[in-house]
Design a protein around this ligand. Structure first.
Ligand code: BDR
Ligand code: CA
Length: 349
């Protein structure tokens, strides 16, 4: 079993990451912290709670609201891609003010909310138990503000972290500027703090996530698990959960078509982080030195990946200077088999 702490800004693809974290049979999900990002922190926290509820998480898995803005910059949201509330067009999730969604928020004995940093540090500390217990993989699917605050506030707990796995950045490409990807662009300073941390890190860049496209064929399998091909798919989703996920994919597909011209379907960026922790054998990755451009005239938010090892002889980051594993390839069929398998499991809850 892999202990996982998940940090998200739902967000359509974040929602699918939550579904995987809840349903992957070798993942023990400790808790979910939320951040500003795709939408304001109020929306993302509530969306995470709705998703945990809808995807069958055990009742003790709670939401811990976190950073409302980046470390230094003003908050940026992405209504063009995710709608104002972060989950535009998604039908069938429990309502924001429903009792079961409210109950998903972690509270102290006196009823006051427990926030991201506190929840995350507590679970990691207890799970590690001074080395007598187990490590925790920390997954980041949004701007890395919460993770950077954790790194800065709890250096003594970094030994307890198995690895940081984050969706973000690109190798020579961006999606919110010529070279900057959204999560990194939102909080480049936080990203650099995480990259500097003495912990194993894996970056899942858009070069890889753009290959995990929900094509019509995958969407057909999502609608009806028994459909062998697009043609055989029933026109209607076979369960409520499949209806929810289908509306999610439809909205995301439309956003990606109108904004980026993706005609085959939307990429499930964030879900790949959880797939990586659950089934790392689906991925190929190489260690490089990675830094974030903090102030560039054209390049702020770029992840500078030193693929030619120009800086690897600099000793600052360890013996070979390479501070991050960078995913380069995912077995797309294997990933979607896992995704669809998790839907099947969620359907049974
Ligand atoms: C990332 O930005 C957000 O739109 C997605 O949720 C994902 O985390 C992709 O660039
Ligand atoms: Ca995200």
């Amino acid at each position: 079993m892999k202990n996982v702490w998940l940090d998200v800004d739902p967000g359509h693809d974040d929602a699918t990451a939550i579904m995987l974290a809840v349903q992957c049979t070798n993942i023990h999900l400790l808790g979910v912290s939320t951040t500003h990002g795709n939408a304001s922190s109020e929306w993302t926290a509530s969306n995470a709670a709705r998703c945990l509820q809808a995807f069958g998480a055990q009742s003790h898995v709670r939401v811990y609201p976190g950073a409302t803005k980046p470390l230094l910059l003003p908050a940026k949201h992405d209504p063009e891609i995710h709608g104002i509330d972060g989950l535009g067009g998604v039908e069938g999730l429990p309502k924001h003010d429903s009792p079961e969604v409210k109950a998903r928020f972690a509270v102290d004995n006196d009823g006051s909310p427990i926030r991201a940093l506190e929840g995350m540090s507590k679970f990691i500390k207890v799970t590690w138990n001074n080395g007598a217990g187990e490590k925790v993989s920390v997954i980041s699917c949004g701007p890395m503000t919460n993770i950077a605050l954790f790194v800065s506030a709890y250096p003594e707990l970094l030994d307890a972290v198995e690895e940081f796995v984050f969706m973000g950045g690109g190798v020579g490409m961006g999606n919110r500027s010529a070279v900057a990807e959204f999560n990194i662009l939102c909080d480049p300073h936080a990203t650099q703090i995480v990259l500097n941390a003495p912990v194993k890190k894996t970056m899942i860049p858009i070069n890889v996530t753009h290959t995990a496209i929900v094509t019509k064929k995958i969407h057909a399998r999502l609608l009806d698990p028994s459909a062998a091909s697009e043609e055989e798919a029933v026109p209607k989703p076979s369960t409520n959960l499949r209806h929810t996920l289908s509306t999610l994919i439809n909205f995301f597909a439309e956003s990606y078509k109108s904004t980026f011209g993706f005609i085959d379907g939307p990429p499930l960026h964030d879900a790949l982080t959880v797939a990586y922790v659950s089934q790392p054998e689906l991925f190929k990755a190489t260690r490089y030195r990675v830094d974030t451009e903090l102030t560039g005239q054209y390049t702020t938010g770029e992840t500078v990946v030193d693929v030619w090892n120009y800086r690897s002889c600099d000793d600052t980051w360890g013996s070979d200077g390479k501070n991050c594993l960078v995913a380069q390839h995912v077995d797309v069929n294997g990933f979607f088999d896992l995704f669809l398998e998790c839907i099947l499991l969620a359907d049974r809850v």
